[in-house]
Design a protein around this ligand. Structure first.
Ligand SMILES: Cc1cc2nc3c(=O)[nH]c(=O)nc-3n(C[C@H](O)[C@H](O)[C@H](O)COP(=O)(O)OP(=O)(O)OC[C@H]3O[C@@H](n4cnc5c(N)ncnc54)[C@H](O)[C@@H]3O)c2cc1C
Length: 381
C-alpha cells in the first residue's frame, strides 16, 4: 500500500480544507438530539450538499463527486480537524444508501438519494425490537400483503433520532412459516408521518427526546418501497452492517481530531509529573494512528475490489473501547472541572458508553471474531 498522496489527492485535501475553513459554524450547534439542534444540523447538511460535500463518494447524479475511498478518508480527516458538526444524516448515508446502491432499483435510487444527500429527508434505522436486539433475526414486526403493497404491524425500538426524522428503513417478517428465523424477512422503507405510525420518544437521562420507539398499526408501504426481493431482507440488511462497523460509522478522522484535542488539554491542564496520565494521552494518540492505518488498509482492500468482511467486528470493538478510554482520560485530566469546563468531553463520554452496544454489541462482535476470523468452535447459545 502506497501511503504517499498523489498531487491530485493533495489538491483535493486543500480544496476541502479551504471550504471547511470558510463554512464550518463558528461555535458548536445545539445537540442534534433536540428539535432545535436537529433543525440546525439539517440546515448544515443542506449547506454541505449545496457545494457537493455531503456525500462525496456517491455518483454525481445523486449529489456526490464520484470520489474514491482515499478522498473520502481525506475529507473525513479535514472535516473533524475543522471541528465541523456531527452528521444528522448518517443513518441514511451509511446504512440505507449502500443498500440501495447494491440492491435497490434505479427508480428508488433516483427518488431517495438526492433528498437524503441534501438533508431534506432524514432517515431513521428501524431494526431493533424489544425482544430482538442481538438476536435480530427473532424480530416479530410483520408485513402482510395487501393491494399494491404491504401493511406493517409491530413495535420497533431504540431508533436513533426517530423523533425528528422523516422516514425509516427496517426489516419485517413477511413469511412467518419460513423454516428459519432469518428467512422470510423483507426490507422496506416507510414514512414516519404515515397513518398508523406513532413515534414515542424514549426518556433519556439528559432529557433529550430524539431516541424513540415506533408503534406500527396497519401502516401501508407501497411495493415501490420494498428493497430487493421479498424474503431476502436478512441478507440485504447484513450486507450493509459490515460497512457501518468497519469503515463508515466512526471514521478515523474523528479520533485523530479528538486525540489532538486531548494533547492540547494535556498541555493546558496536566501536572507534568503525572506520568501515568501522560502515558494514557500517548496511548490515545497511538490508538488514533493505529485505527487510521487499519482503516486505510480496509479502504485499500475495497479499492482493489475486495469487500469488508468479518474483520469489521475487530474495528467495531476497537473504536468503541478506544472512544471510552479517550474520554475517560480527558475527564481525568480535567478533574473536578470535568463536568463544567468543556461540555464536549462530558457529553462525549456519556455517548461513548453506548458504543459497545449500538451497531451490534461487543459480545456479539467477539463471537464473530472467534468463530469467523479465528475459526474457534461455535459457542452455545
Ligand atoms: C445509543 C444507541 C443507539 C441505537 N440506535 C439504534 C437505531 O437507530 N436503530 C435500531 O434499530 N437500533 C438501535 N440501537 C439498538 C442496538 O442495536 C441494540 O441495543 C443492540 O443490538 C443490543 O440489543 P438489545 O438492546 O436488545 O440487548 P440484548 O440483545 O438483550 O443484549 C443484552 C446483553 O446480553 C448480551 N448478549 C445477548 N446475546 C448474547 C450472546 N448470544 N452471547 C453473548 N452475549 C450476548 C449482549 O451483548 C448485551 O450485553 C441503538 C442502541 C443504542 C444504545
Amino acid at each position: 500500500m502506497d501511503l504517499d498522496l498523489s498531487p491530485d489527492e493533495r489538491a483535493f485535501r486543500a480544496e476541502a480544507r479551504a471550504w471547511l475553513a470558510e463554512h464550518v459554524p463558528a461555535g458548536p450547534l445545539p445537540s442534534l438530539e433536540t428539535e432545535e439542534g436537529f433543525a440546525a444540523h439539517r440546515a448544515w447538511e443542506a449547506r454541505l450538499a449545496a457545494d457537493r460535500w455531503s456525500v462525496i463518494s456517491w455518483p454525481e447524479r445523486y449529489g456526490g463527486r464520484g470520489a474514491d475511498l482515499v478522498r473520502w478518508l481525506l475529507f473525513e480527516e479535514e472535516y473533524y480537524a475543522a471541528g465541523a458538526p456531527g452528521r444528522v444524516a448518517q443513518n441514511g448515508i451509511h446504512l440505507l444508501a449502500p443498500t440501495l446502491f447494491d440492491h435497490g432499483t434505479e427508480e428508488q435510487r433516483a427518488r431517495v438519494l438526492p433528498s437524503m444527500a441534501s438533508g431534506e429527508v432524514i432517515w431513521a434505522q428501524a431494526w431493533s425490537e424489544p425482544e430482538a436486539g442481538s438476536d435480530l433475526a427473532s424480530l416479530r414486526s410483520r408485513a402482510v400483503r395487501t393491494d399494491g403493497g404491504w401493511l406493517l404491524n409491530g413495535l420497533k425500538t431504540w431508533s436513533s433520532r426517530a423523533a425528528f426524522a422523516d422516514r425509516a428503513f427496517g426489516i419485517f417478517r413477511t413469511d412467518p412459516a419460513a423454516p428459519r428465523p432469518h428467512q422470510g424477512l423483507t426490507y422496506m422503507m416507510f414514512d414516519l408521518s404515515a397513518s398508523g405510525v406513532t413515534v414515542r420518544p424514549i426518556g433519556r437521562l439528559d432529557g433529550r427526546p430524539a431516541f424513540a420507539e415506533l408503534f406500527l398499526d396497519d401502516v401501508f408501504v407501497p411495493d415501490a418501497d420494498v428493497i430487493g426481493e421479498p424474503g431476502a431482507g436478512w441478507r440485504i440488511a447484513m450486507a450493509a452492517t459490515g460497512n457501518e462497523r468497519g469503515l463508515t460509522l466512526r471514521s478515523p478522522g474523528r479520533f485523530l481530531a479528538a486525540a489532538d484535542r486531548l494533547v492540547q488539554q494535556w498541555h493546558a491542564s496536566a501536572p507534568a509529573a503525572d506520568t501515568a496520565l501522560r502515558d494514557r494521552v500517548a496511548d490515545a494518540v497511538i490508538g488514533a494512528r493505529a485505527y487510521q492505518l487499519f482503516t486505510w488498509a480496509s479502504a485499500a482492500r475495497c479499492a482493489a475490489g475486495g469487500r469488508i468482511g468479518a474483520e469489521s467486528s475487530l474495528n467495531k470493538v476497537f473504536w468503541s473501547e478506544y472512544d471510552i478510554a479517550l474520554h475517560e482520560t480527558a475527564l481525568d485530566l480535567l478533574g473536578t472541572d470535568g463536568e463544567l469546563a468543556d461540555g464536549a468531553w462530558s457529553e462525549g463520554y456519556v455517548f461513548s458508553l453506548a458504543g459497545p452496544l449500538y451497531a451490534g454489541t461487543n459480545e456479539i462482535q467477539r463471537d464473530i471474531i472467534a468463530e469467523r476470523l479465528l475459526g474457534l468452535p461455535k459457542g452455545r447459545r
